[in-house]
Design a protein around this ligand. Structure first.
Ligand code: ADP
Length: 503
């Protein structure tokens, strides 16, 4: 680790002003106090210091938010034309750009991510996503169907479908990328005419509260977007079980995903899940190593590895194994670790002390089980929840860090030395997850054969985790249910009504 700037620069006046406010819950277009009167502290993971307090919403607050969302479904929002919903999403993108500096600072203070990432997310990823979905409301169409129900003849009956908003959506999101997670739920909900109750992660509630204000400024009618901050076991569980919610859109751990599914059985609400991952990065001997090495490092260490798409299992052909391992380790050793607000930082803290202990546990298990620790493996002595980018080589499939989703900066390298693609794919697929993955080779035929064998919702060639508003994203196996992003991302927010008219 080449540099450790311990004292972070201060945020600007807009972010400071926001942090100093007493935050309530955003229900029916109003800021209200939580029914319980309870609040919780919000910490900067880069310093471990308290930076704000947020309201601890519970079941009674979820009741109020769901009631508001249900009423709003048939209020002025139902009279918005498709074009008006599109304009509203476009306006939201404009507002994000106008308030970019404040959102960047709040996202960094809340989550810890480095400045360059927060800037890219707030100035590009989020506005582009809202604008992509701004184009969809006017293109959501049903179909006319050449049917002849009950012996009718063509010309005597018309069958067609309407695509209707699914209704009240409960969105539960994690802390690893708070704004993008919010954007992924909010944009299709508004595009389709749904209403939303959003429960941000208790570790990162800030930008969701700021976005609630921007929704009002963009012209979102009261009750359409509600934000209830609070804990998973209380607010989250109440939302997942609520009989007035038509659909839950969840992103988080596979373990909590299972709880959501169970909670949803009461009213059989629809559920979409974006869960964990343990994605393979497969490097063939002919790959362009000058791209592979930084690509593999980024695939694992982006957001300090707190990223469901992280390429945490690196499979390298024996011929290039040592060069790749040394190259990635060299990047890991020289990454500039520091507070996200410091422009020189390339690598931020983990989200919490608890998460750091979890990561440390995986690293200790890897050492005990005989993994070769090439670099990292420890926490630097400084404030904040930092952990060094870590590379293990010569790993085996049965080792704890190879099997479990660590959600931290720990890369496990394994090698292969034959050309049996089925065997390589079996190794790559030897996981309960199936979210992402990448194949690195100059041989496009080989790449395509490999791509077809990988059981993941997404596979990239000579890049990892290709994200774009238009590219469907989601998991196979225990990585989730359904897809987000793109046209497919609208589907979980719509229901189909089939209508037949006889005359
Ligand atoms: P992570 O492990 O990334 O923190 P979690 O899956 O624990 O992810 O949390 C993701 C989101 O799910 C958070 O908003 C959290 O509050 C919420 N959550 C946690 N437990 C539950 C639960 N039992 N029911 C509903 N939501 C929950």
């Amino acid at each position: 680790m080449s540099r450790m700037n311990v004292v972070p620069p201060s945020p600007g006046p807009a972010a400071q002003n926001f942090l100093s406010r007493a935050h309530g819950l955003f229900i029916n277009g109003q800021w209200v106090a939580p029914r319980s009167g309870k609040h919780f502290d919000v910490f900067d993971p880069g310093t471990g210091q308290k930076i704000a307090t947020a309201a601890a919403g519970e079941a009674a607050d979820i009741d109020a938010a769901v009631a508001a969302a249900r009423t709003a479904l048939t209020g002025p929002w139902a009279k918005f034309t498709a074009a008006e919903r599109g304009k509203l999403l476009w306006k939201l993108a404009d507002l994000v750009e106008q308030h970019a500096q404040e959102l960047i600072e709040l996202e960094i203070l809340d989550n810890g991510q480095p400045l360059a990432i927060a800037q890219y997310v707030v100035r590009h990823v989020v506005p582009d996503f809202f604008r992509y979905y701004a184009g969809w409301p006017t293109k959501i169409e049903g179909a006319t169907i050449p049917a002849a129900p009950q012996g009718r003849r063509p010309g005597d009956v018309l069958s067609f479908t309407l695509r209707e908003p699914i209704g009240v959506v409960g969105a539960i999101i994690p802390w690893n990328a708070p704004l993008p997670m919010l954007m992924v739920k909010l944009a299709p909900a508004l595009a389709t005419g749904c209403t939303l109750v959003l429960k941000p992660a208790e570790l990162t509630p800030l930008t969701a509260l700021r976005m609630a204000q921007l929704c009002t400024e963009a012209g979102v009618p009261e009750g359409v977007v509600n934000v209830v901050t609070g804990f998973g076991e209380t607010a989250g569980a109440a939302l997942a079980a609520h009989p007035g919610v038509d659909k839950i859109a969840f992103t988080g751990s596979t373990e909590v995903g299972r709880l959501i599914v169970k909670a949803a059985t009461g009213n059989l609400k629809k559920v979409s899940l974006e869960l964990g991952g343990k994605s393979p990065v497969i490097v063939f001997a002919d790959a362009a190593l000058e791209q592979v090495i930084p690509g593999a490092a980024r695939a694992c260490f982006f957001l300090q590895g707190q990223n469901c798409m992280a390429g945490t299992r690196l499979y390298v052909h024996e011929k290039v194994h040592d060069r790749v391992v040394e190259g990635v380790a060299q990047i890991a050793r020289t990454m500039q670790l520091g507070h996200g607000l410091d422009p020189a930082s390339q690598f931020g803290p983990l989200i919490s002390a608890e998460q750091r202990e979890r990561v440390r546990g995986f690293v200790e298990a890897g050492k005990r089980e005989g993994g070769e620790l090439v670099c990292g493996g420890g926490a630097p002595t400084r404030p904040g929840y930092f952990f060094e980018p870590t590379v293990f080589a010569r790993m085996r499939a049965d080792m704890t860090p190879v099997k479990g989703e660590i959600f931290g900066p720990v890369l496990c390298v394994q090698s292969f030395d034959d050309s049996d693609l089925d065997r390589i794919a079996a190794e790559a697929n030897n996981t309960i997850y199936g979210l992402s993955g990448s194949v690195w080779t100059r041989d496009i035929g080989l790449a395509m054969q490999m791509v077809r064998r990988i059981d993941s919702g997404q596979v990239s060639v000579n890049m990892h985790a290709a994200l774009d508003p238009a590219i469907p994203f989601g998991g196979n196996k225990q990585s989730g249910w359904g897809r987000e992003f793109g046209k497919e991302g609208l589907e979980p927010y719509l229901k189909t009504k089939a209508i037949s008219v006889a005359w």
